[in-house]
Design a protein around this ligand. Structure first.
Ligand code: ATP
Ligand code: MG
Length: 559
C-alpha cells in the first residue's frame, strides 16, 4: 500500500509514475470510452475508477468519450444514462463530453492520408469472399485482387463511397498491412464500411463509418491521451492501434495498456446479455435492483463510496480471474454500517398486547439515529399497548439458547421496556396470532435488580406503524458461473428466488417520509433503500440493499 494515498500499487500506476518521473509526460490524460449501446455495469465501474482515479491521483485529466461508431445499436437514452452514472460515481470529466463522431472529418482525412501513402485500398470483395481470403489461425490469408489498385483509383472510389454512390457492402476501405500475419487483426483489416444509417450525433451526414480499431487510437490522439487503458481482449489489437498512429500524422502518440476485465461470480457482465434480460422481460428494466448495472445498484442502495472502495480492493492486474460477489457486499456493508441511519421495521408482523399498559396512553421514546455516531441525532418512536413484533421472535416451545420471546420469558423491546410473556392466542389453524405480555415500568433504559431479559428484539407500535412493502433481493443467478457452460443458455441459471416481495411490513413512524439519500439499517433485518419509482403515496417500498451478515470479511481474514 502507498501509505499517503491509501491506494494499492498496481502495474499501471507504476508505469504512470515512471512516465512522469522521467519526463515522458508532464501531465497524464486518460479517457473513459463507453459505447452507448447499453447501461454501464460493475465492470465499467472498474474502468471508470481506474481512468478517473489515475487522473485524480496524478493531477491529470480524464475525458469522457462516447465510442459511437455503431449507430445501429446506440441511442440517446444510453448516452444520458452513462453520463448520469459517471457523475453519480463522483467523477467529473475534463472539458466537454466528447464523441468519436466529433472526429469523423479528421478520421476521414487520415484515411485519405493512408490511401495517398499507399497504406490503404478500396476492396470490392463480398463479405463471404473476404472471409475466404482471410485464412485461418493456422493458414495465412491471400491478398485481395483489389489490393494493388492505384492511389488515384482508391481515392476516387473512397470519395464516391462517401458520396453515397454505392450500396452497403459493395466496397470497404482496408489497411494494407500483411495478409500472412499470424495476428489475424493485421490481415488488411477494414477501416471503413458503407452504412446507410442515421447517426444520433451526425444525422445523415455520413454513409461511411470508421471501424473501432481505426477510430480509437486516432480519437485518443485528438484528445492528447497519454495512457489508453483497455481490457485484455484488445491486446491483439495493439499492433493495429500502433499502426494507425505510426502511419498517419496524429498530434501525439498515446500508449495502449491492457488490464484484466472484472468478472464477478453469480453475475453477468456482458451488455449483450444484460440487454437480453431486459428485452425478454426477466427483469424490470436496466435499473432493476438485481441488475449489476450502476443504475440498478444505485436503486438498490449501493453507494458511490462503496463501489469505489470495491474497485480499489479488486485492484488492477494482467491475470484476471473471478471476484467473489461477497467482496462487493462486504464493501457495501462496510460503508453502510458506518453511515446508515437505524430504524425498526417488522417484516412478519405478530400482534403483541401489553396487558398492563393503558389503552389510551402513549409515550414517545427517543432513540439514537446511529448507535456509535451521536452527530446523526435522534429519532422518536411511539410506545403503545398494542405492538407488532416479528413472528420469528416468538416461539411457543423455544429451542435451547433461545434469546427471544417465549411463554414466561422476558426480552427488551429495543430502546423501550423489558416485557415478559404471559400468554398467547392461536387461530383455528393452530398458528399463534397474538402474544400477551406485561411490561415492567422500571426498565426504560435501565436494568433493575433481578433483570431477567436475555435478548433485545425490534418492534413497532401498532397504532403508529407505517405500512411498507419490502423487496428482498438475492443474487440474480443460482450458478456461480452462469455463462460458463456454452451448452446451456445463461437464463437457465436465473435464481427463481432473486426477488421475494414482503407486502405487509410495519415500520416505525419516521419512515412515512423516508430518507432518499442513503439506505436505512432496519435493525436485525438488513439494509433497505427507499424506492421512489415504485412507492405509492400511502405505501413506501424499500429495496433490500444487502443483508447484515458478512461472511466475506471473516473468510478474507483467515485467507
Ligand atoms: P469492451 O469494449 O471491453 O468489450 P464493452 O464493449 O462491454 O467492453 P464499452 O462500452 O466498450 O463496453 O466499455 C467501455 C470501457 O469499459 C472500455 O474501456 C472497456 O474496456 C471497459 N470495460 C468494459 N467491461 C469491463 C469489465 N468487465 N471490466 C473492466 N473494464 C471493462
Ligand atoms: Mg467496446
Amino acid at each position: 500500500m502507498n501509505a499517503e494515498e491509501g491506494k494499492a500499487r498496481n502495474f499501471i500506476r507504476t508505469i504512470v509514475e515512471e512516465d512522469l518521473k522521467n519526463g515522458k509526460h508532464d501531465r497524464i490524460v486518460t479517457r473513459f470510452p463507453p459505447e452507448p449501446n447499453g447501461y454501464l455495469h460493475i465492470g465499467h465501474a472498474k474502468s471508470i475508477c481506474l481512468n478517473f482515479g489515475l487522473a485524480e491521483e496524478f493531477d491529470g485529466d480524464c475525458t469522457l468519450r462516447f465510442d459511437d461508431t455503431n449507430p445501429e445499436k446506440e441511442s440517446q437514452e444510453y448516452i444520458d444514462a452513462i453520463v448520469e452514472d459517471v457523475r453519480w460515481l463522483g467523477f467529473e470529466w475534463a472539458g466537454e463530453i466528447r464523441f468519436a463522431s466529433d472526429y469523423f472529418d479528421r478520421l476521414y482525412d487520415y484515411a485519405e492520408e493512408l490511401i495517398t501513402k499507399g497504406k490503404a485500398y478500396v476492396c470490392s470483395l463480398s463479405a463471404e469472399q473476404a472471409a475466404e481470403y482471410r485464412g485461418t489461425l493456422t493458414e495465412p490469408g491471400r491478398n485481395s485482387p483489389y489490393r494493388e489498385r492505384s492511389v488515384e483509383e482508391n481515392l476516387d472510389l473512397f470519395r464516391r463511397m462517401r458520396a453515397g454512390e454505392f450500396a452497403e457492402g459493395a466496397h470497404v476501405l482496408r489497411a494494407k498491412i500483411d495478409m500472412a500475419s499470424p495476428n489475424m487483426n493485421l490481415r488488411d483489416p477494414i477501416l471503413y464500411r458503407i452504412r446507410y444509417l442515421t447517426h444520433h450525433q451526425t444525422g445523415d451526414k455520413w454513409c461511411i463509418y470508421p471501424m473501432y480499431d481505426f477510430t480509437h487510437p486516432l480519437s485518443d490522439a485528438q484528445e492528447g491521451i497519454t495512457h489508453s487503458l483497455c481490457t485484455l481482449g484488445f491486446e491483439d489489437h495493439r499492433p493495429l492501434y500502433d499502426w494507425a498512429l505510426e502511419n498517419t500524422t496524429p498530434p501525439c502518440r498515446p500508449r495502449q495498456i491492457e488490464f484484466a476485465r472484472l468478472n464477478l461470480n453469480y453475475t453477468i457482465t456482458s451488455k449483450r446479455k444484460l440487454l437480453r434480460l431486459v428485452d425478454e422481460g426477466y427483469v424490470d428494466g436496466w435499473n432493476d435492483p438485481r441488475m449489476p448495472t450502476i443504475s440498478g445498484m444505485r436503486r438498490r442502495g449501493f453507494t458511490p463510496k462503496s463501489l469505489r472502495q470495491f474497485c480499489e480492493m479488486v485492484g488492477v492486474n494482467k491475470t484476471g480471474g473471478t471476484v467473489d460477489l461477497g467482496m462487493l457486499e462486504h464493501a457495501i456493508r462496510d460503508d453502510l454500517n458506518q453511515r446508515a441511519p437505524r430504524a425498526m421495521c417488522v417484516l412478519k408482523p405478530l400482534k403483541l398486547v401489553l396487558t398492563n399498559y393503558p389503552e389510551d396512553k402513549q409515550e414517545s421514546l427517543t432513540l439514537p439515529v446511529h448507535p456509535q455516531d451521536e452527530s446523526m441525532g435522534t429519532r422518536e418512536v411511539i410506545w403503545t399497548r398494542e405492538m407488532y413484533i416479528d413472528a420469528g421472535d416468538f416461539a411457543e416451545e423455544p429451542p435451547g439458547k433461545w434469546k427471544r420471546l417465549a411463554p414466561g420469558r422476558a426480552v427488551r423491546l429495543r430502546g423501550g421496556y423489558v416485557i415478559t410473556c404471559t400468554d398467547f392466542v392461536k387461530n383455528d389453524a393452530g398458528e399463534v396470532v397474538e402474544v400477551h405480555c406485561e411490561y415492567d415500568p422500571a426498565t426504560l433504559g435501565v436494568n433493575p435488580e433481578g433483570y431477567k431479559a436475555k435478548g433485545v428484539i425490534h418492534w413497532v407500535s401498532a397504532r403508529a406503524a407505517v405500512d411498507v412493502e419490502l423487496r428482498l433481493y438475492d443474487r440474480m443467478f443460482a450458478h456461480e458461473d452462469p455463462d460458463g457452460d456454452k451448452a446451456v443458455d445463461f437464463t437457465e441459471h436465473l435464481n427463481p428466488e432473486s426477488l421475494i416481495i414482503v407486502e405487509h411490513g410495519k415500520a416505525e413512524p419516521g419512515l412515512a417520509e423516508p430518507r432518499q439519500d442513503i439506505p436505512y439499517q432496519f435493525e436485525r433485518e438488513g439494509y433497505f433503500f427507499f424506492d421512489p419509482l415504485v412507492s405509492t403515496a400511502d405505501k413506501p417500498v424499500f429495496n433490500r440493499t444487502v443483508t447484515l451478515r458478512d461472511s466475506w470479511a471473516k473468510i478474507s481474514q483467515k485467507g
